[in-house]
Design a protein around this ligand. Structure first.
Ligand code: HEM
Ligand SMILES: *[C@@H]1O[C@H](CO)[C@@H](O)[C@H](O)[C@H]1NC(C)=O
Length: 358
Protein backbone atom coordinates (compact mmCIF):
# COMPACT_ATOMS: atom_id res chain seq x y z
CA UNK A 1 0.00 0.00 0.00
CA UNK A 2 2.70 2.45 1.17
CA UNK A 3 4.86 1.36 -1.73
CA UNK A 4 2.05 1.88 -4.23
CA UNK A 5 1.39 5.31 -2.87
CA UNK A 6 4.95 6.56 -3.12
CA UNK A 7 5.25 5.16 -6.63
CA UNK A 8 2.20 7.11 -7.71
CA UNK A 9 3.50 10.23 -5.89
CA UNK A 10 6.67 9.93 -7.92
CA UNK A 11 4.59 9.78 -11.07
CA UNK A 12 2.56 12.83 -10.04
CA UNK A 13 5.73 14.76 -9.18
CA UNK A 14 7.25 13.76 -12.49
CA UNK A 15 4.20 14.99 -14.35
CA UNK A 16 4.28 18.28 -12.41
CA UNK A 17 7.93 18.72 -13.19
CA UNK A 18 7.26 18.21 -16.89
CA UNK A 19 4.36 20.64 -16.77
CA UNK A 20 6.39 23.32 -15.00
CA UNK A 21 9.32 22.81 -17.35
CA UNK A 22 6.93 23.57 -20.20
CA UNK A 23 5.70 26.65 -18.33
CA UNK A 24 9.18 27.90 -17.43
CA UNK A 25 10.07 27.85 -21.10
CA UNK A 26 7.61 30.67 -21.80
CA UNK A 27 8.80 34.22 -21.21
CA UNK A 28 6.64 37.25 -20.61
CA UNK A 29 6.96 39.78 -23.41
CA UNK A 30 7.72 43.43 -22.51
CA UNK A 31 4.25 44.42 -23.77
CA UNK A 32 2.81 42.76 -20.65
CA UNK A 33 0.24 41.01 -22.83
CA UNK A 34 1.94 38.19 -24.68
CA UNK A 35 4.19 35.33 -23.73
CA UNK A 36 6.56 33.50 -26.05
CA UNK A 37 8.75 30.41 -25.96
CA UNK A 38 11.66 32.55 -27.13
CA UNK A 39 12.01 36.21 -26.15
CA UNK A 40 13.05 37.10 -29.71
CA UNK A 41 9.53 36.28 -30.90
CA UNK A 42 8.06 39.04 -28.69
CA UNK A 43 9.14 41.68 -31.21
CA UNK A 44 6.75 40.16 -33.74
CA UNK A 45 3.51 40.89 -31.85
CA UNK A 46 3.53 44.66 -32.50
CA UNK A 47 4.41 43.99 -36.16
CA UNK A 48 1.51 41.54 -36.37
CA UNK A 49 -0.94 44.12 -35.01
CA UNK A 50 0.44 46.85 -37.25
CA UNK A 51 0.22 44.89 -40.51
CA UNK A 52 -3.20 43.44 -39.73
CA UNK A 53 -4.54 46.95 -39.17
CA UNK A 54 -2.57 48.93 -41.72
CA UNK A 55 -1.46 46.55 -44.49
CA UNK A 56 -4.26 43.97 -44.55
CA UNK A 57 -7.16 46.40 -43.99
CA UNK A 58 -8.10 45.03 -40.57
CA UNK A 59 -7.46 41.35 -41.20
CA UNK A 60 -8.91 40.75 -44.67
CA UNK A 61 -7.93 38.06 -47.17
CA UNK A 62 -7.81 40.65 -49.94
CA UNK A 63 -5.45 42.03 -52.52
CA UNK A 64 -2.54 42.82 -50.17
CA UNK A 65 -2.66 39.33 -48.69
CA UNK A 66 -2.67 37.78 -52.17
CA UNK A 67 0.24 39.96 -53.24
CA UNK A 68 2.15 39.31 -50.01
CA UNK A 69 1.81 35.56 -50.53
CA UNK A 70 3.04 35.88 -54.11
CA UNK A 71 5.99 37.91 -52.84
CA UNK A 72 7.09 35.13 -50.43
CA UNK A 73 7.49 32.95 -53.52
CA UNK A 74 9.20 35.48 -55.76
CA UNK A 75 11.77 36.31 -53.08
CA UNK A 76 12.43 32.69 -52.06
CA UNK A 77 12.58 30.98 -55.45
CA UNK A 78 15.50 33.24 -56.38
CA UNK A 79 17.75 30.41 -55.27
CA UNK A 80 19.79 27.92 -57.27
CA UNK A 81 22.76 25.79 -56.21
CA UNK A 82 24.40 26.45 -59.58
CA UNK A 83 23.12 29.86 -60.72
CA UNK A 84 23.21 31.67 -57.37
CA UNK A 85 20.61 33.66 -55.46
CA UNK A 86 20.12 33.68 -51.70
CA UNK A 87 16.53 32.38 -51.58
CA UNK A 88 14.26 33.79 -48.88
CA UNK A 89 16.62 36.63 -48.04
CA UNK A 90 14.68 39.78 -48.85
CA UNK A 91 16.81 40.46 -51.93
CA UNK A 92 13.67 41.26 -53.91
CA UNK A 93 13.08 44.24 -51.58
CA UNK A 94 16.67 45.29 -50.89
CA UNK A 95 17.58 45.09 -54.59
CA UNK A 96 14.12 46.09 -55.73
CA UNK A 97 15.38 48.10 -58.69
CA UNK A 98 17.18 45.06 -60.08
CA UNK A 99 14.75 42.23 -59.32
CA UNK A 100 11.47 43.99 -60.16
CA UNK A 101 12.88 44.59 -63.64
CA UNK A 102 12.84 40.80 -64.22
CA UNK A 103 9.88 39.94 -66.47
CA UNK A 104 8.48 37.27 -64.11
CA UNK A 105 8.35 39.81 -61.27
CA UNK A 106 5.99 42.15 -63.09
CA UNK A 107 3.74 43.85 -60.54
CA UNK A 108 5.52 42.87 -57.32
CA UNK A 109 6.86 46.41 -56.92
CA UNK A 110 3.41 47.43 -55.69
CA UNK A 111 3.46 45.19 -52.60
CA UNK A 112 7.18 45.75 -51.99
CA UNK A 113 6.50 49.48 -51.79
CA UNK A 114 3.54 48.85 -49.47
CA UNK A 115 5.63 46.60 -47.20
CA UNK A 116 8.86 48.64 -47.07
CA UNK A 117 7.69 51.24 -44.52
CA UNK A 118 6.87 48.43 -42.07
CA UNK A 119 10.38 46.97 -42.48
CA UNK A 120 11.96 50.34 -41.82
CA UNK A 121 9.62 51.16 -38.91
CA UNK A 122 10.08 47.85 -37.09
CA UNK A 123 13.78 47.26 -37.83
CA UNK A 124 13.15 43.70 -38.99
CA UNK A 125 15.08 42.30 -41.95
CA UNK A 126 13.45 42.33 -45.37
CA UNK A 127 13.62 38.53 -45.68
CA UNK A 128 11.99 37.94 -42.29
CA UNK A 129 9.31 40.53 -42.98
CA UNK A 130 8.33 39.13 -46.38
CA UNK A 131 7.83 35.62 -45.00
CA UNK A 132 6.16 36.89 -41.81
CA UNK A 133 3.71 39.04 -43.78
CA UNK A 134 2.92 36.07 -46.02
CA UNK A 135 2.18 33.77 -43.09
CA UNK A 136 0.11 36.38 -41.24
CA UNK A 137 -1.74 37.33 -44.41
CA UNK A 138 -2.68 33.73 -45.21
CA UNK A 139 -4.09 33.40 -41.68
CA UNK A 140 -6.83 35.83 -42.74
CA UNK A 141 -8.08 33.41 -45.40
CA UNK A 142 -10.79 30.98 -44.23
CA UNK A 143 -9.67 27.40 -44.79
CA UNK A 144 -5.95 28.13 -44.76
CA UNK A 145 -3.53 26.09 -42.70
CA UNK A 146 -1.75 27.95 -39.90
CA UNK A 147 1.65 28.51 -41.51
CA UNK A 148 4.96 28.30 -39.68
CA UNK A 149 7.24 31.27 -39.24
CA UNK A 150 10.95 30.97 -38.50
CA UNK A 151 12.88 34.15 -37.60
CA UNK A 152 16.48 34.99 -38.43
CA UNK A 153 17.14 35.76 -42.11
CA UNK A 154 19.99 38.27 -42.44
CA UNK A 155 19.46 41.07 -44.95
CA UNK A 156 20.51 39.98 -48.43
CA UNK A 157 23.84 41.26 -49.68
CA UNK A 158 23.29 40.46 -53.37
CA UNK A 159 20.34 40.35 -55.77
CA UNK A 160 19.02 37.11 -57.22
CA UNK A 161 19.97 36.42 -60.82
CA UNK A 162 17.22 36.66 -63.46
CA UNK A 163 15.26 33.72 -64.91
CA UNK A 164 14.77 31.77 -61.67
CA UNK A 165 11.07 32.65 -61.22
CA UNK A 166 8.79 30.42 -63.33
CA UNK A 167 6.55 32.03 -65.95
CA UNK A 168 2.98 30.97 -66.79
CA UNK A 169 4.04 30.21 -70.39
CA UNK A 170 6.86 27.85 -69.32
CA UNK A 171 6.50 24.17 -70.17
CA UNK A 172 5.77 21.60 -67.45
CA UNK A 173 9.28 20.21 -67.91
CA UNK A 174 10.86 23.60 -67.45
CA UNK A 175 8.70 24.36 -64.38
CA UNK A 176 9.42 21.01 -62.72
CA UNK A 177 13.14 21.31 -63.54
CA UNK A 178 13.32 24.82 -62.06
CA UNK A 179 11.59 23.71 -58.85
CA UNK A 180 13.74 20.54 -58.64
CA UNK A 181 16.84 22.73 -58.93
CA UNK A 182 15.56 24.67 -55.89
CA UNK A 183 14.85 21.38 -54.04
CA UNK A 184 11.12 20.79 -54.60
CA UNK A 185 9.40 17.57 -55.69
CA UNK A 186 6.48 17.63 -58.17
CA UNK A 187 4.10 16.97 -55.25
CA UNK A 188 5.47 20.04 -53.46
CA UNK A 189 5.10 22.13 -56.61
CA UNK A 190 1.41 21.26 -56.90
CA UNK A 191 0.90 21.77 -53.16
CA UNK A 192 2.40 25.27 -53.44
CA UNK A 193 -0.07 26.08 -56.19
CA UNK A 194 -2.85 25.92 -53.59
CA UNK A 195 -1.77 29.57 -53.25
CA UNK A 196 -3.59 30.24 -56.50
CA UNK A 197 -6.78 29.62 -54.53
CA UNK A 198 -6.35 33.10 -53.04
CA UNK A 199 -5.11 34.84 -56.14
CA UNK A 200 -5.87 37.08 -59.05
CA UNK A 201 -3.92 38.42 -62.00
CA UNK A 202 -3.33 42.12 -62.65
CA UNK A 203 -0.82 41.84 -65.45
CA UNK A 204 -1.57 38.73 -67.52
CA UNK A 205 -4.40 40.69 -69.11
CA UNK A 206 -3.76 44.27 -68.02
CA UNK A 207 -7.19 45.38 -69.31
CA UNK A 208 -8.97 43.38 -66.55
CA UNK A 209 -6.91 43.73 -63.33
CA UNK A 210 -7.91 41.63 -60.31
CA UNK A 211 -9.21 38.68 -62.35
CA UNK A 212 -9.24 35.65 -60.00
CA UNK A 213 -7.92 32.15 -60.67
CA UNK A 214 -10.95 30.54 -59.00
CA UNK A 215 -14.46 31.58 -58.04
CA UNK A 216 -13.55 32.06 -54.35
CA UNK A 217 -10.39 34.20 -54.11
CA UNK A 218 -11.18 35.12 -50.50
CA UNK A 219 -11.25 31.46 -49.35
CA UNK A 220 -8.28 29.15 -49.10
CA UNK A 221 -10.27 26.24 -50.52
CA UNK A 222 -9.74 23.53 -53.13
CA UNK A 223 -11.81 25.26 -55.84
CA UNK A 224 -8.75 26.14 -57.90
CA UNK A 225 -7.91 22.43 -58.24
CA UNK A 226 -11.49 21.76 -59.40
CA UNK A 227 -12.00 24.76 -61.66
CA UNK A 228 -8.67 24.44 -63.49
CA UNK A 229 -9.72 20.86 -64.39
CA UNK A 230 -12.90 22.10 -66.12
CA UNK A 231 -12.93 22.50 -69.90
CA UNK A 232 -11.95 26.03 -70.86
CA UNK A 233 -14.58 27.80 -72.95
CA UNK A 234 -13.69 31.49 -73.11
CA UNK A 235 -11.32 34.22 -72.05
CA UNK A 236 -12.36 36.70 -69.34
CA UNK A 237 -11.00 39.50 -71.52
CA UNK A 238 -10.03 39.67 -75.17
CA UNK A 239 -7.59 36.77 -74.92
CA UNK A 240 -4.36 36.47 -76.86
CA UNK A 241 -2.20 37.07 -73.79
CA UNK A 242 1.04 35.22 -73.18
CA UNK A 243 0.57 32.59 -70.43
CA UNK A 244 -3.24 32.64 -70.49
CA UNK A 245 -5.60 29.90 -71.73
CA UNK A 246 -9.41 29.72 -71.80
CA UNK A 247 -11.26 29.38 -68.49
CA UNK A 248 -14.67 27.78 -67.75
CA UNK A 249 -16.27 30.84 -66.12
CA UNK A 250 -16.86 34.43 -67.08
CA UNK A 251 -14.57 36.65 -65.04
CA UNK A 252 -12.10 33.83 -64.27
CA UNK A 253 -8.48 33.77 -65.44
CA UNK A 254 -6.64 30.53 -66.16
CA UNK A 255 -2.86 30.41 -66.33
CA UNK A 256 -1.41 28.15 -68.99
CA UNK A 257 0.97 26.71 -66.37
CA UNK A 258 -1.87 25.70 -64.00
CA UNK A 259 -3.73 24.23 -66.99
CA UNK A 260 -0.83 22.12 -68.22
CA UNK A 261 0.27 20.98 -64.74
CA UNK A 262 -3.31 19.78 -64.09
CA UNK A 263 -3.17 17.68 -67.31
CA UNK A 264 0.41 16.40 -67.49
CA UNK A 265 0.91 12.72 -66.62
CA UNK A 266 3.64 13.65 -64.12
CA UNK A 267 1.38 15.90 -62.04
CA UNK A 268 -2.30 15.27 -62.95
CA UNK A 269 -2.95 12.71 -60.20
CA UNK A 270 -1.32 14.93 -57.58
CA UNK A 271 -3.42 17.86 -58.79
CA UNK A 272 -6.59 15.78 -58.63
CA UNK A 273 -5.73 14.45 -55.15
CA UNK A 274 -6.25 17.95 -53.71
CA UNK A 275 -9.53 18.63 -55.53
CA UNK A 276 -11.86 17.52 -52.75
CA UNK A 277 -9.42 17.04 -49.91
CA UNK A 278 -9.06 20.24 -47.92
CA UNK A 279 -7.05 18.55 -45.15
CA UNK A 280 -4.55 17.04 -47.57
CA UNK A 281 -4.15 20.34 -49.39
CA UNK A 282 -3.67 22.22 -46.10
CA UNK A 283 -0.99 19.94 -44.72
CA UNK A 284 0.88 19.63 -48.04
CA UNK A 285 0.80 23.42 -48.51
CA UNK A 286 1.94 24.03 -44.95
CA UNK A 287 5.03 21.81 -45.25
CA UNK A 288 5.95 23.06 -48.71
CA UNK A 289 5.57 26.68 -47.56
CA UNK A 290 7.87 26.09 -44.59
CA UNK A 291 10.49 24.74 -46.97
CA UNK A 292 9.98 27.69 -49.33
CA UNK A 293 10.17 30.21 -46.49
CA UNK A 294 13.62 29.05 -45.36
CA UNK A 295 15.12 28.44 -48.79
CA UNK A 296 18.81 29.37 -48.75
CA UNK A 297 18.80 29.76 -44.95
CA UNK A 298 20.13 27.48 -42.21
CA UNK A 299 16.89 26.58 -40.45
CA UNK A 300 18.76 25.14 -37.44
CA UNK A 301 20.06 28.65 -36.66
CA UNK A 302 16.60 30.21 -36.85
CA UNK A 303 14.04 30.70 -34.08
CA UNK A 304 10.66 29.04 -34.40
CA UNK A 305 8.13 31.84 -33.84
CA UNK A 306 5.20 29.97 -35.42
CA UNK A 307 3.15 30.59 -32.30
CA UNK A 308 2.84 34.26 -33.31
CA UNK A 309 0.91 33.36 -36.47
CA UNK A 310 -2.87 33.56 -35.85
CA UNK A 311 -5.14 30.56 -36.38
CA UNK A 312 -7.05 31.00 -39.67
CA UNK A 313 -10.87 30.96 -39.68
CA UNK A 314 -12.45 27.65 -40.75
CA UNK A 315 -13.39 27.00 -44.36
CA UNK A 316 -16.76 28.47 -45.37
CA UNK A 317 -17.66 26.22 -48.32
CA UNK A 318 -17.38 22.63 -49.53
CA UNK A 319 -15.82 21.42 -52.80
CA UNK A 320 -18.34 21.92 -55.61
CA UNK A 321 -18.76 22.56 -59.32
CA UNK A 322 -19.73 26.09 -60.24
CA UNK A 323 -23.45 26.54 -61.00
CA UNK A 324 -24.48 25.44 -64.49
CA UNK A 325 -21.61 22.95 -64.95
CA UNK A 326 -21.50 19.18 -64.44
CA UNK A 327 -19.01 16.32 -64.28
CA UNK A 328 -18.93 16.10 -68.10
CA UNK A 329 -17.15 19.45 -68.03
CA UNK A 330 -14.24 17.90 -66.11
CA UNK A 331 -11.29 17.02 -68.34
CA UNK A 332 -10.12 13.80 -66.71
CA UNK A 333 -6.33 13.70 -66.79
CA UNK A 334 -5.19 11.34 -64.02
CA UNK A 335 -4.93 7.92 -65.71
CA UNK A 336 -5.38 5.79 -62.60
CA UNK A 337 -8.21 7.33 -60.54
CA UNK A 338 -11.42 9.08 -61.61
CA UNK A 339 -11.84 12.73 -60.65
CA UNK A 340 -13.92 12.91 -57.44
CA UNK A 341 -17.67 13.18 -58.09
CA UNK A 342 -18.89 16.67 -57.23
CA UNK A 343 -22.25 18.38 -57.49
CA UNK A 344 -22.87 21.85 -58.85
CA UNK A 345 -24.02 24.89 -56.94
CA UNK A 346 -27.74 25.42 -57.64
CA UNK A 347 -28.94 28.12 -59.99
CA UNK A 348 -27.83 29.50 -63.34
CA UNK A 349 -24.22 29.96 -64.39
CA UNK A 350 -22.67 32.96 -62.68
CA UNK A 351 -19.60 35.03 -63.38
CA UNK A 352 -16.73 35.64 -61.02
CA UNK A 353 -16.26 39.14 -59.63
CA UNK A 354 -12.85 40.80 -59.74
CA UNK A 355 -10.82 41.18 -56.54
CA UNK A 356 -11.25 44.86 -55.67
CA UNK A 357 -8.13 46.98 -55.30
CA UNK A 358 -7.75 48.54 -51.88
C1 HEM B 1 4.52 27.29 -61.70
C2 HEM B 1 4.74 28.24 -60.84
C3 HEM B 1 4.00 29.54 -60.85
C4 HEM B 1 3.67 30.36 -61.91
C5 HEM B 1 4.02 30.18 -63.36
C6 HEM B 1 2.91 31.46 -61.34
C7 HEM B 1 2.42 32.52 -62.09
C8 HEM B 1 1.60 33.52 -61.59
C9 HEM B 1 1.09 34.62 -62.36
C10 HEM B 1 1.36 34.87 -63.83
C11 HEM B 1 0.32 35.37 -61.54
C12 HEM B 1 -0.44 36.64 -61.91
C13 HEM B 1 0.37 37.87 -61.60
C14 HEM B 1 -0.35 39.10 -62.08
O1 HEM B 1 -0.63 39.20 -63.29
O2 HEM B 1 -0.70 39.98 -61.26
C15 HEM B 1 0.35 34.76 -60.25
C16 HEM B 1 -0.30 35.23 -59.15
C17 HEM B 1 -0.15 34.71 -57.89
N1 HEM B 1 0.70 33.70 -57.52
FE1 HEM B 1 1.67 32.45 -58.76
N2 HEM B 1 2.78 31.29 -60.00
C18 HEM B 1 3.44 30.14 -59.65
C19 HEM B 1 3.60 29.66 -58.39
C20 HEM B 1 3.20 30.30 -57.25
C21 HEM B 1 3.58 29.94 -55.91
C22 HEM B 1 4.50 28.77 -55.57
C23 HEM B 1 2.99 30.82 -55.07
C24 HEM B 1 3.04 30.92 -53.58
C25 HEM B 1 3.46 30.01 -52.77
C26 HEM B 1 2.18 31.71 -55.88
C27 HEM B 1 1.35 32.68 -55.40
C28 HEM B 1 0.61 33.54 -56.18
C29 HEM B 1 -0.40 34.44 -55.65
C30 HEM B 1 -0.88 34.50 -54.22
C31 HEM B 1 -0.86 35.18 -56.73
C32 HEM B 1 -1.92 36.28 -56.72
C33 HEM B 1 -1.35 37.65 -56.55
C34 HEM B 1 -2.47 38.69 -56.49
O3 HEM B 1 -3.66 38.32 -56.44
O4 HEM B 1 -2.15 39.87 -56.48
N3 HEM B 1 2.36 31.38 -57.19
N4 HEM B 1 1.14 33.63 -60.30
C1 LIG C 1 17.47 45.47 -43.71
O1 LIG C 1 17.27 46.24 -44.87
C2 LIG C 1 16.15 47.11 -44.80
C3 LIG C 1 15.88 47.68 -46.18
O2 LIG C 1 17.05 48.14 -46.79
C4 LIG C 1 16.42 48.14 -43.72
O3 LIG C 1 15.36 49.06 -43.63
C5 LIG C 1 16.57 47.40 -42.40
O4 LIG C 1 16.86 48.30 -41.36
C6 LIG C 1 17.66 46.34 -42.50
N1 LIG C 1 17.60 45.56 -41.30
C7 LIG C 1 18.69 45.14 -40.66
C8 LIG C 1 18.44 44.40 -39.40
O5 LIG C 1 19.80 45.34 -41.08
Amino acid sequence: MGFGRSASSVLVLGALRLASAALIKRVACPDGVHTATNAACCALFPILDDIQANLFDGGECGEEVHESLRLTFHDAIGFSPTKGGGGADGSIMIFEDIETAFHANLGVDEIIDAQKPFVVKHGITAGDFIQFAGAVGVSNCPGAPRLNFFLGRPNATAPSPDLLVPEPFDTVTSILDRFADAGFTPTEVIALLASHSVAAADHVDPTIPGTPFDSTPGQFDTQVFIEVQLRGTSFPGAGGNQGEVESPLAGEMRLQSDHTLARDSRTACIWQSFANNQARMQSAFKSAMLKLSVLGQDQSKMIDCSEVIPTPPPIGDTPHLPAGLNMNDIEQACATTPFPALTADPGPETSVAAVPPS
